[in-house]
Design a protein around this ligand. Sequence first.
Ligand code: FAD
Length: 286
Amino acid sequence: MIAQQFDYSAPESVSEALSLLSSQKGSRLLAGGQSLIPMMKLRLSTPARLIDLGRIAELHYIAEVNGSVRIGAMSTHNQLETSETLHRKCPLLAEAAGRIGDVQVRNLGTIGGSLSHADPAADYPAALLAVQAQVRLVRQGGERTVSIGNFLVDAFTTALEPGEILYEVIVPVDQTGLSSAYLKFQQPASGFAVVGVAAQVAVQGGNFSVARVGITGVGSASYRATAVEKALEGRPATTATIEAASRLATQGVEALSDLYAAADYRAHAACIYTRRALGAALSRAK
Ligand code: FAD
């Protein structure tokens, strides 16, 4: 199907994009177009104007700044996957980026577009929850920074207000001694996560001193598996501890049911992938 007719603007700065966004009702930001264009072709989205962020140089960067890694919204999945800075400072995020879709999608799709689209099966949220990332949102005359957990409200719903642009993702890099892994059970055609689990652990004196687990694909929004984390922290860093804790992976979460996986199957897979991701993270611990 062909998309409905629309106007098109390609601003060269964020301030120009913000002013366009507030000046015409029905405007929509365009990033990599990997989710928005298919939706427009299906007429699930019919914007009056597309504001293409592709020419805004200030949104393309991955840089270490004041104890954090800052990732501009227009950084592509491929740029995250291959970023030397991320491999050094936050390998979990690079690993998750490398598991998104196929090469074509990774070359065009962006972290800002993926987070703003908020597909409940997207890969980034699991990793960003585990590393306790924040997002910086800008609007005309102001900005705010929110935790990734508060940004991702529900399926296809975020905390973005009309007139706001997701400017950057902020990842704290005080991750000394942490090891991590991202594993997913993927939908065979698209590569989206039926279940995706990001695990980050640290071990001290033979016990888990830190355990963080982010899960995507299972509920209507990605979540931190806090019951699993509590069952790990302070306990012996063994496969038996992981095995017992992983059974709590869906505690308090209503698992989704769709064509690819019924709710009970998905919940079971979540426990298995939590166990495997934690096992992989532990095996990488120094
Ligand atoms: P767009 O499609 O351009 O925009 C998406 C939405 O975000 C739009 O509503 C747009 O207005 C809004 N938006 C964009 N940028 C901003 C911003 N800076 N601030 C505010 N709003 C903004 N994803 C996965 O996670 N895992 C997968 O395995 C996976 N497989 C895929 C397979 C295929 C075949 C395809 C086509 C997509 C797949 N995706 C997958 C989705 C992909 O990651 C997209 O790149 C992503 O969902 C959207 O990013 P985008 O840059 O293309 O955004």
